[in-house]
Every structure is written in C-alpha cells, then in structure tokens.
Design a protein around this ligand. Sequence first.
Ligand SMILES: Nc1ncnc2c1ncn2[C@@H]1O[C@H](COP(=O)(O)OP(=O)(O)OP(=O)(O)O)[C@@H](O)[C@H]1O
Ligand SMILES: [Mg+2]
Length: 157
Amino acid sequence: MKFISKSLKETAEAAKKILRQVSAEPRSKATVAALYGDLGSGKTALVQEVGKLLGIKEPIQSPTFVIMKRFEILASSEPKRGQKDLRFKSLMHIDAYRLEQASELEKLGWKEIISNEENLIFIEWPERVGKILPSGTLKVYLKFLDEKTREISFGEE
Ligand SMILES: Nc1ncnc2c1ncn2[C@@H]1O[C@H](COP(=O)(O)OP(=O)(O)OP(=O)(O)O)[C@@H](O)[C@H]1O
Ligand SMILES: [Mg+2]
C-alpha cells in the first residue's frame, strides 16, 4: 500500500491503516514494524500518530539516546483504539540510529521483548539491526517528497 501524506493529519490516516493491519493478524509473538527512511522522513511523526490512536498521553520523541522507550497502552483508551480486540499493552519505540550492531539491542532484552504478543514495536533505523528483525516484520518505507509531503508505503515481506 502506498500513500502520499500532505500533512500530519494524513500521516495519522496512514498510522490508522498500519494499526488496523497489524491488529488483524493473530500472533503469538510481538508485532514489529520497521520504519525505513532518511532523517526527517517522518518516522517519529508516524509513531507519534500511532501513540495518539492508542490513547498515549506522554510525549513521544525520538529515543535516540535512550534507544528504547516503552509506553503503556491503558485499557481505558479502548474507544480510541478503533477496534475492540486490540491485544497490545505496550507500545515500544526504538531508535537504532546509534547502535552499531544487533547485539546491542539483544543486551536491552530484545529476545524477550519480541516474544511477548502484547508488545507493539516500532523501530527507526532498522537497517542498523537488520538481521535480528523477526520474520513477519512489517516494513514501512517513508520518503521526503517536499516540506509538507511524505510518501508512506508498507506491506509485509
Ligand atoms: N506529511 C507529513 N507527515 C509527517 N511529517 C511531516 C509531514 N509534513 C511535515 N512533516 C514534518 O516532518 C518532520 C519529520 O520528522 P521526524 O522526526 O518524524 O523524522 P524522522 O524520520 O523520525 O527522523 P530521524 O531519523 O531524525 O529520527 C516533522 O517535523 C514533521 O512535523
Ligand atoms: Mg525519528
């Protein structure tokens, strides 16, 4: 699927579609979405919109220095989820930009994190840790077209 987004509002529409797609797939492990795209292509902006849809109130910023941030998805935000049966309890936001190798993510408990079906994981700069992304990872590609316009495409490998 390919979208052209001309505003954050339209990026929120793409976030909604991504969320709908990953929620529809029954899984026994975590759901991982890899966000590919240059600096400023809108990876963090997309995660921020996902966060809003999941009722997360805390500000979501690029976790460049902490690498990984976990946000709790409260049951009370259910109506905002847009679907009744969403199983995710945590949104994990990872920025692999500063990682030099996949083993650094493993030190942060990656194996355990991806084995929990209640985790919804968005990872920026996934090419840094490519080899340890689980099979079934949703690949999302973002492109800067102009100041206000981004191309967002996704589909399972
Ligand atoms: N249509 C759009 N969709 C998303 N973001 C947009 C759009 N138009 C403008 N922007 C702006 O583009 C910027 C995207 O920055 P963002 O931090 O999300 O990029 P990033 O891909 O996460 O970069 P980095 O690799 O540095 O983490 C934001 O300032 C956002 O407001
Ligand atoms: Mg970012």
